[in-house]
Design a protein around this ligand. Structure first.
Ligand code: KG4
Ligand code: ZN
Length: 366
């Protein structure tokens, strides 16, 4: 074994992420006790390449990943100051996501694994988000997870690595998608979520009467399409839109969406208590791109205080897509004896609750 591996016990993992419009690579160390350390994290965003189209164009994304992947990986390795021989494994997002990008990242990881004799770990992107909180805080399983990204909106109980119990999910749009469509409707540019958040901070959320779909209903499912339609109608009626109108529409949308999340999480908290009665100081975790939203964080913090939960949200740069979370999920899996063959096929769809290594399912892709 290599000298460096003796000097630093634990695992050193290179992670690769390319499932949407970020080309990213990171090197993460997991100590023998499971303590994480991010040695490097490089993220190259393609927002400008998609700006003229009002959304991510899969073909453009795939080509951009091909162009940038090699130097992003090289930069991550140099920034971490590690040699290929020191790595234990290479982890890559193997789905769900835009298939062209997933193929680029997974193929790159396979080539690196083959060339340097490393283990390959095929990571479910959603598991990357689900475990990202353990990169920055000591969180024991089980915890209650709100996973809100551009392609997914789910509530799960994280029982362990590879063990996720679903409580609810969106029946139509994902929350991030709803933010992005609001931004597109109001011509605010990409990425939509932060643009809507900035306008919402200056707006009056009570001016427009917008619906809160599914509030008060049983269960933990979400629906945002009715809110989207109502917002479009309100925008049409208020046109031509002033800056004030736009801020008020953003605030109205944001408050309505966050009201929905709060209501669904109240139900989820009751279910978590029933499912895990022995957990005395439970954690409520929010992850995925939308968890970077400050208004959502404030509302969840309030809810957690009221219900005896501890709110833990990863730093904003670990909420949006990054490769540190993929390296970390890979390290967590590898530490438990999981690795994958070089024939592992990329997956456009891959439900988290099907088990991280389970067969392809009907989960919708980002
Ligand atoms: O997790 P992520 O980076 O990519 C996916 O896996 O989908 O999430 C991206 C989503 C986008 O829809 C983006 O608009 C949203 O997260 N987002 C936000 C914020 N930052 C990113 N939504 C609301 N507020 C934000 N500050
Ligand atoms: Zn994501």
């Amino acid at each position: 074994m290599d000298q460096a591996k003796h000097a630093e016990p634990g695992l050193l993992v290179l992670g690769i992420e390319s499932s949407c419009d970020e080309t990213a690579a990171a090197v993460v160390r997991r100590s023998g006790e499971g303590v994480p350390q991010i040695l490097s994290s490089v993220i190259l965003s393609q927002h400008e390449a998609h700006a003229d189209f009002g959304g991510v164009v899969p073909e453009i994304a795939a080509r951009a990943h091909v162009s940038h992947m090699d130097h992003v990986v090289a930069r991550a390795m140099v920034a971490a100051g590690v040699d290929w021989r020191e790595l234990d494994a290479v982890a890559a997002t193997a789905g769900p996501g835009l298939i062209g990008g997933v193929i680029v990242g997974l193929m790159t990881a396979k080539a690196i694994a083959l060339a340097h004799g490393l283990a390959l770990v095929a990571v479910n992107h959603l598991e990357g988000h689900a475990l990202s909180v353990r990169l920055g805080a000591e969180i024991e399983f089980p915890y209650l997870l709100l996973l809100v990204s551009g392609g997914h909106t789910q509530i799960l109980i994280c029982e362990g690595v590879g063990r996720y119990r679903p409580l609810g999910a969106t029946i139509d749009d994902a929350l991030g998608e709803a933010f992005d469509k609001t931004a597109k409707l109001l011509d605010l540019g990409l990425p939509g979520g932060p643009a809507v958040e900035r306008r919402a901070e200056k707006g009056d959320g009570t001016r427009f009467d917008l619906p809160r779909p599914l509030i008060g209903r049983e269960g933990c499912d979400f629906s945002f399409s009715g809110l989207k339609t109502a917002l479009r109608k309100a925008a049409r009626e208020a046109a031509p839109l002033s800056e004030k109108d736009i801020a008020d529409l953003c605030a109205g949308f944001s408050e309505a969406a966050i009201d929905c999340v709060e209501d669904r999480m109240r139900h989820a908290i009751i279910r978590f208590r029933q499912a895990c009665p022995a957990v005395s100081a439970p954690a409520l975790v929010a992850a995925g791109g939308v968890a970077a939203n400050s208004a959502l964080r404030r509302r969840l913090a309030h809810l957690a205080r009221e219900t005896g939960f501890r709110l833990v949200v990863p730093a904003a740069e670990l909420c949006t897509d990054n490769a540190a979370m993929i390296a970390w999920a890979g390290a967590e899996r590898f530490a438990r004896g999981h690795s994958d063959g070089l024939d592992f096929a990329p997956r456009a769809r891959w439900a988290l609750d099907a088990g991280a290594g389970a067969a392809q399912t009907g989960e919708s892709a980002p």
